[in-house]
Design a protein. Structure first.
Length: 90
C-alpha cells in the first residue's frame, strides 16, 4: 500500500468512526452520556469496538465541527446535529 493510499484508508476509517459515534449519541439522546459510557455502548453495539482513543478523537473532531458538545464529564449532540437528524427522519 502506498503512503497516499494508507492516508486515505486512515481518513476513511476516522470518518466511519465519527459517523458511528454521532449516530450513537443521537440514538441515545436525550440521555446524556459520559465518554466512558459512550465507549461501553459502542462496544456493546454488536460490531467491533473502535477503541477508546478512536472514540475520543471522534468526539473531539465532531465537537470541533459543531456537532457534539463535550465537557470533561458529558457528550451530547448540538442543536445543529439534532436538527439534521430530524431532517433525515431518524
Amino acid at each position: 500500500m502506498t503512503e497516499s493510499e494508507e492516508i486515505r484508508s486512515t481518513s476513511a476509517q476516522d470518518a466511519a468512526i465519527e459517523s458511528a459515534v454521532l449516530q450513537q449519541v443521537l440514538a441515545l439522546h436525550p440521555t446524556v452520556v459520559t465518554l466512558v459510557e459512550l465507549a461501553r455502548e459502542m462496544g456493546e453495539a454488536g460490531g467491533p469496538s473502535p477503541g477508546r482513543d478512536a472514540i475520543e478523537r471522534a468526539v473531539r473532531d465532531l465537537a470541533g465541527a459543531g456537532l457534539l458538545h463535550s465537557s470533561d464529564s458529558f457528550v451530547l449532540p448540538t442543536r445543529a446535529a439534532l436538527r439534521f437528524d430530524e431532517l433525515l427522519g431518524s
